[in-house]
Design a protein around this ligand. Structure first.
Ligand code: PDD
Length: 287
């Protein structure tokens, strides 16, 4: 039987109940994280949990649980559900209270849920690359917060899906910001470029790992805005996210990138990323 976590308790999914006046449900008033699980181990868990508390702080939400408690709940859930390769989703809302926009009383506890899902690595797409669609970024101005409010992202992703594309690449005017659920990178003359970590994008954990891997392996990395024109003229384009890893992009709208095959820098980063997963999840110990 599949288990989930509700407010720190490990229970059967079929017994999980959420109040209809939970603020996450009514307002999207909360935050979340998606953590990859490889060989039953959480990948970059510390980084994700740090960002979780940062997001909470940015919206004035008090998480009444310590980081280690959440980590240990997550580990128990993974074990109970016998998850090997997949994700753990966790969300914290500002709790249950009569519906009014302003924050509820001080002593209203946050609501905390978590569940796991099996999700294999997207190997075929990692190998061949994916198609993407340009979409105007209509989201709010605090995209740095991993908020439950994802309507802008959802509408962008839906447009991409309707065009048979894997991801929407969002842009504010001429400037490319990020994907609907990923960060976007271009490679030009050997330099990797991505939007700076401002309020206009989510500073992805995958993005941070890629940045570190570039620094450690003498790949030039520039956190700098780039335009739609630069994107279309790039040597290579890829996206980064927890679920997609380092995903080659071989087409943007009708423009084929890099002759329609993943480029050498992207391939190198994929390789380094896989090694980092092995190291972080100590896969070798599980063989
Ligand atoms: N999405 N930008 C946006 C808007 C995202 O939603 C995500 C992640 C990222 C990449 O962040 P990370 O590398 O930490 O996963 C960038 C998650 C996976 C999701 O919503 O499912």
């Amino acid at each position: 039987m599949e288990k989930v976590i509700i407010n720190g308790e490990l229970i059967e999914r079929k017994d999980a109940v959420m109040d209809i006046e939970d603020r996450g449900y009514q307002f999207g008033d909360g935050i979340y994280e998606v953590i990859r699980v490889y060989s039953g181990k959480m990948y970059t868990a510390e980084e994700h949990l740090k960002r979780l508390y940062k997001s909470a702080e940015k919206i004035g939400l008090k998480i009444h649980y310590q980081k280690d408690e959440i980590k240990s709940h997550a580990a128990s859930l993974i074990e109970e559900n016998r998850l090997d390769t997949g994700i753990i989703y966790m969300q914290f809302s500002r709790g249950i209270a009569p519906r009014q926009h302003a924050f509820p009383l001080e002593d209203t506890a946050c609501s905390y849920i978590a569940y796991t899902r099996e999700m294999p690595r997207p190997e075929a797409m990692l190998d061949k690359g994916v198609k993407t669609l340009l979409v105007e970024d209509i989201r709010w101005l605090r995209c740095d917060i991993k908020s439950l409010n994802l309507l802008g992202n959802i509408l962008a992703k839906q447009k991409a899906a309707e065009s048979d594309c894997y991801e929407a690449i969002q842009h504010r005017g001429e400037i490319v910001t990020e994907g609907s659920s990923s960060n976007v990178f271009i490679v030009k003359d050997g330099t990797v470029m991505t939007h700076p970590a401002t309020n206009l994008i989510l500073n992805g954990i995958t993005r941070q790992v890629i940045q570190k891997l570039c620094a450690e392996n003498a790949v030039r990395f520039d956190e700098k805005e780039f335009t739609v024109e630069q994107l279309l003229a790039a040597d290579e384009v890829f996206l980064g996210s927890t679920t997609s890893e380092v995903m080659p992009i071989i087409q943007v709208n009708q423009t084929v990138i890099g002759g329609g095959v993943p480029g050498t820098v992207t391939r190198k980063l994929q390789e380094l990323f896989s090694q980092h997963i092995q190291k972080d999840c100590t896969l070798l110990q599980n063989i």
